[in-house]
Design a protein around this ligand. Sequence first.
Ligand SMILES: Cc1cc2nc3c(=O)[nH]c(=O)nc-3n(C[C@H](O)[C@H](O)[C@H](O)COP(=O)(O)OP(=O)(O)OC[C@H]3O[C@@H](n4cnc5c(N)ncnc54)[C@H](O)[C@@H]3O)c2cc1C
Length: 384
Amino acid sequence: MVVGGGFAGASCARALRQLDPRIVVTLVEPNGTFTACPFSNAVIGGLRELSAQQFTYERVAGDGITIARTSATAVDAPLADGAKLSYDRLVLAPGIDIRWGALQGYDEAAAGQMPHAWRAGEQTLLLRRQLEAMDDGGLVVISAPANPFRCPPGPYERASLIAHFLKTKKPKSKLIVLDAKDAFSKQRLFQAAWAELYPGLLEWVPLSKGGNVTSVDAATRTLMTDFGKHQAKVANVIPPQKAGRIAEVAGVADRSGWCPIDPATFESKLQAGIHVIGDAAIAGAMPKSAFAANSQAKVCAAAVATLLAGGTPSVPKLINTCYSLVAPDYGITVAGVYQPTGGQLADVPGAGGVSPSDAPRETRKAEAVLAEAWFRTITTEAFG
Ligand SMILES: Cc1cc2nc3c(=O)[nH]c(=O)nc-3n(C[C@H](O)[C@H](O)[C@H](O)COP(=O)(O)OP(=O)(O)OC[C@H]3O[C@@H](n4cnc5c(N)ncnc54)[C@H](O)[C@@H]3O)c2cc1C
C-alpha cells in the first residue's frame, strides 16, 4: 500500500507494478487531480497556466493499481471514509505540511492574505492575482525559511520570476527577499544573474543582515525581523514545514517533524514494515525535490519488491538534479549523486556540481529547455 499520490508515491506505485506485476498495489490519495509544484513559480510569474501543472490518475489506474480516493488518517485503523485496508508493506509519501503557528502570526487565515504558495493550486493563483492587482511601484516581500524545507532553490527561483514579472509589467516596483539563512542553493549563480537581469529591483537580505522574519501581521501585510519591519503590498511567506501529518500519526516522524529512514531501503528507523519516501523523509544530503522523490521511489520500490520475495535489497546510488529558471530563457542547475554512508545518504565525492559560472547565454537558454524536458519526463513517470 502506498499513501500519497505525488511525485514519490505515484512513481513508487507504478515502479512496483513494473518490477513485479504480481504485486497488488493500492494507492491512497484524496485528490482526483494532482497539481505539481515544479514550474509553479512560472505560473506565479504569469508565464504559464495552472492547467499545465495538473495531472489525473487515469494512467496510474490503467497500470492495474487500485486508487483509494480518500485520506489515510491512521495506520492500523480505518481510513477517512471508514474503510480499512491491510498491507504487507506500507510506503508513506505524504509530502509536507505547513507548521502553522511556528512563525508568530502565520496561521491558515493569514495564508489567505499572505500566501505561501508552497503547495501548488489555489495558493499559487492567489499570489499571482495579488501581483497582477498591485499598482506599479509596490513593494513585494518574500520570506524564506531556515533549512530543511521543500525545494531549497525554490524561493530564489520564485524571486527571479517575480522580478521578471515586475521588470516587464511594473518596473517601478521593488522585491525584497528576507532570508532566515546566510547561504542558499546555487547562490553564486542566482546572484550573478540577478545583478545582470534585475539590478536595483531585487534585494536579498540574509540572516546576518536582518533577514530572519520573527512574526507577521496579515491584516497590514507587515513582516517583523530582529532589525525592523517591512510593510509589503504583496507578501509571500514561505513558512517552516514538516512531514505530512500521517507520518506523525503513524509514528515514523521524529522530534524534528521529519522521518528517519534506512538509506538503502527507505524503511523507517522507527517502525518496521513502513517505508517513507519523498519530502517527508530525512534523506541526508539529498534535497527535498521532485527529482529526488522520483529517485527514492524507484529505489524503495526495488527494495520492497525484493523484501516481499524474501531477498536482500542491494545498496543503491541515487541521483538528483534541480533546475531553476532565473528568467524564461535562463536556466541553472545543481546535480548530485548519493549513496548510503554511515546510516545516511551522503554525497558521492567528486560527482555532481552546478552549472558553470562563466557559461554563455546559449548554455543558460539550453538549460531552460532541459528544465522543461525534465518536467515532461518526471510527470510522465508519475502520472502519464
Ligand atoms: C515552488 C516550488 C517549486 C518547485 N520546483 C521544483 C523543481 O523545479 N524541481 C524539483 O525536483 N522539485 C521542485 N519542487 C519540490 C517538489 O514539488 C517536491 O519535492 C515534491 O512534490 C515532493 O514529492 P512528494 O511525493 O514527497 O510530495 P507531494 O508531491 O506533495 O505529494 C504528496 C501527496 O500525498 C498526498 N497525501 C498527503 N497526506 C495524505 C494522506 N494522509 N492520505 C493520502 N494521501 C495523502 C497529497 O494529497 C499529495 O498528493 C518545487 C516545490 C515548490 C514549492
